[in-house]
Design a protein. Structure first.
Length: 444
């Protein structure tokens, strides 16, 4: 049987499959593919690189681990900016092969990181991040615009909640087995590469949204520069606060993720690296369940407003739980889980349900990947600025103390911005629904 015939047979089977079977196939493929991507991106965070200490780069003294993180994040941020065009214009037939290509490039960059002397191997981390930022959009492109998009997006999003801690735990185990800090990232990536090939193949077999999907969620189509600009100008009053708060939220999430080992050590868990994985599991379960519930909401406008309220609750939880921890009400592990839950409840919808429902609510023919990448690109710029500020402005402040202060700032600013966006989209979508209602009256 030829490859094309095999593909057609599997796709036809999925078209006829029940929603449960289809969802299991799609979530398994998307979750595992993105989980595998993290094996190329995050394992180096498990290393402390204490031996390297402070290094000099072009006359500037920098913490070596911060240098590596900044280098990778700059590459990842540039990838998001590139993705604004590439992902919004990507044809579905190229998605799978592009995923494999960027992950091969990322793995080769990790090998380069191991062989180039420091601090110049930081350039290899930049190269590693440069293609990886497009993987989310490529994977989500297989899932968006469907009646089941909330469920599928929740399954995909659960991957990065647990993946970062999991691959760091694997990284610690590999280093304990005798692999150096510099070769460990490439070793972890190589371990997950065969599994990634299988799950990308599974993604490639998914059929496109059917007529019912399009009727429920608006047609999805590639966007050229004119349509992208039209979308931004039309809904700028709501999109600007969503983008601004995402800058802060991404920086917060990235800091908690990149320095998880240092923060957990300061909280008394230095000898328990598995806490980086086990603490994220309950967060993933709650977030997955919350997002999946949106699937039962038929009204796109109502779903968009409820999503905003849930996200506001998340950013408020960050501040309230931090206050409770400092007051001695919450123990350290419970506090880290609480701020993680609040953060991910606010953060995860950006990558799946928020813009998927927003596009459906306003009736604009577009792709959710466009706004996902606009906000992501802006967000990772904020992450770079934060790391530079920590290195040069707060170098003497402990990781834990810095994280505590940052938690309050994130909670206050993000909650206010979410409120502004909620008010705007509540009004604009109400007006759109009224216009549709008036337009339908003559037909009745």
């Amino acid at each position: 049987m030829t490859d094309s015939a095999s593909k057609s047979a599997v796709t036809r089977w999925l078209e006829r499959a029940s929603p449960v079977v289809f969802s299991i196939w799609a979530i398994s493929a998307a979750f595992t593919t993105y989980f595998c991507m993290y094996s190329f991106r995050k394992p180096f965070g498990a290393a402390t690189f204490e031996e390297a200490g402070i290094v000099s780069v072009f006359g500037l003294a920098m913490n070596y681990k911060i240098l590596l993180i900044i280098s990778q994040v700059i590459g990842y941020c540039l990838s998001k900016f590139i993705g604004i065009k590439v992902i919004s214009e990507m044809h579905e037939k190229w998605r799978a092969v592009t995923i494999v290509a960027v992950l091969v490039f990322a793995e080769l960059s990790l090998v380069l990181f191991a062989v180039v002397p420091r601090p110049w191997n930081a350039l290899a981390m930049f190269m590693n991040g440069l293609p990886l930022g497009m993987v989310w959009g490529l994977v989500f492109g297989f899932l968006e615009g469907r009646k089941l998009s909330e469920l599928l997006g929740a399954g995909l999003s659960a991957s990065y909640i647990v993946a970062s801690g999991a691959v760091k735990t694997v990284g610690v185990w590999i280093m304990d087995a005798g692999v150096s800090e510099y070769w460990m990232p490439a070793a972890v990536g190589a371990m997950f590469f065969p599994l990634m090939l299988v799950t990308v193949w599974m993604l490639s077999k998914l059929p496109p949204p059917n007529a019912e999907d399009i009727a429920a969620r608006t047609k999805r189509a590639p966007m050229n520069s004119a349509s992208r600009m039209a979308f931004l100008k039309t809904f700028a009053p709501g999109l600007i606060p969503l983008t601004v708060l995402y800058v802060l939220l991404t920086a917060y999430r990235d800091f908690r993720d990149n320095f998880a080992r240092e923060i957990w050590s300061a909280l008394g868990y230095a000898e328990a690296p598995e806490i980086m994985t086990t603490s994220e599991i309950p967060i993933a379960v709650v977030v997955l369940g919350t997002l999946a519930l949106f699937m039962v909401i038929k009204s796109n406008r109502f779903a968009l407003l409820v999503i905003h309220i849930v996200m506001i609750s998340g950013t408020a939880l960050i501040g309230l739980s931090t206050l409770a921890y400092q007051a001695g009400i919450l123990p350290p592990a419970a506090w880290m889980i609480a701020v993680g839950l609040g953060m991910y409840v606010a953060y995860v919808p950006y990558g799946c349900v928020l813009f998927d429902r927003l596009i459906a609510a306003v009736g604009f023919v577009a792709t959710a990947g466009f706004m996902i990448y606009v906000t992501d690109a802006s967000g990772y710029m904020g992450s770079v600025v934060l790391l530079l500020y920590k290195n040069f402005g707060q170098a003497d402040l402990s990781w834990l103390d810095f994280f505590l202060s940052f938690s309050y700032a994130t909670s206050i600013v993000c909650t206010l911005c979410f409120a502004v966006s909620l008010v705007y989209f509540s009004k604009i979508t109400k007006g759109i629904e009224e216009l549709k209602s008036h337009a339908e009256q003559p037909a009745k």
